[in-house]
Design a protein around this ligand. Structure first.
Ligand code: CIR
Length: 268
């Protein structure tokens, strides 16, 4: 990835972290679409972009570990939707789209192989996509979306209560997932694309971004975020707030309604 803002060499602390990723399926171009029309996906370019995404994580101190490939599951590259981490607790989701439901099998296997993690599950009739879960400290915002239903939110709330997390449900009608509309900076400021946000008043601090793809950041360290190359003005705005911004081109995944968060699960 390229870097905007001040330069440092890798992670300051030198510590290594682990992130789960999943290689794009051969039928990636057939992924689910809800809010946008189908544009032809360049599979070769998608593979390259995925390699670069993994390389960017690695360069920032995140060792990528591959979830077993699911070559026939078109949307399986969007691993974030299948498992959500809360410290040492992994919650295996129950993805709301029928075509994506079986993605959790490989995700659970990978989490098991990592070892040392407690595993819980969202189960039918509850549905929940990881893309709807935004963690800010001990507050967990969960989008009530087309993919995540009330029962899924209720189950997550019950699972997390003993761990000291508060689940805040967020009605969502204008975007696929909560994190397509908002994410958060390391300082907890919620950033988003205002036209996709039904209720900005639910957040303590909300900062509107100038581009749709600017709504999504992945926090890589206390001073570094990862963003899509398709949001240069948002990246500049965030760099101007004193953050280091690493950018990656994920155009082929954006054609499938994916954003920068959904291509990995940061484990620890
Ligand atoms: C889907 O509709 O499920 C995929 N085409 C895109 C999923 C993107 N996931 C995410 O933003 N967490």
């Amino acid at each position: 990835g390229s870097i905007i803002g001040y330069r440092t060499v890798g992670r300051r602390s030198g510590e290594r972290h682990v992130a789960l990723v999943r290689i794009p399926a051969s039928n990636l171009a057939d992924g689910e679409l809800t809010h946008i029309d189908r544009i032809p996906v360049n599979i070769e370019l998608a593979d390259q972009q995925w390699d670069n995404y993994c390389a960017a994580l690695d360069a920032e101190g995140w060792e990528t570990i591959e979830v077993p490939a699911a070559p026939e599951m078109a949307d399986s590259v969007f691993i974030e939707d299948a498992v959500v981490m809360f410290g040492e607790l992994a919650v295996i989701t129950n993805p709301g789209a029928e075509s994506r439901n079986a993605e959790t099998v490989g995700a659970e296997q990978a989490v098991r192989e990592l070892g040392g993690l407690a595993i819980e599950r969202i189960s039918a009739p509850g549905t929940l996509d990881g893309g709807d879960v935004l963690k800010i400290g001990k507050t967990v915002y969960v989008g009530r979306s087309l993919r995540t239903n009330a029962e899924g939110i209720r189950q997550l709330r019950a699972l997390l209560a003993p761990h000291g997390y508060t689940v805040v449900a967020v009605p969502l009608t204008k975007a696929l997932h909560l994190k397509t509309s908002v994410t958060a900076l390391p300082d907890g400021t919620v950033i988003g694309w205002a036209p996709f946000v039904d209720h900005p008043e639910l957040f303590d601090r909300f900062l509107a971004m100038p581009e749709e793809a600017g709504a999504a950041v992945v926090v890589l360290s206390p001073d570094t975020v990862l963003m899509s190359a398709s949001a240069p003005r948002s990246a500049a705005l965030i760099a101007d707030l004193g953050y280091r911004v690493v950018t990656v081109d994920i155009s082929e995944f954006e054609k499938l309604e994916g954003c920068v968060t959904c291509l990995s699960v940061r484990v620890r």
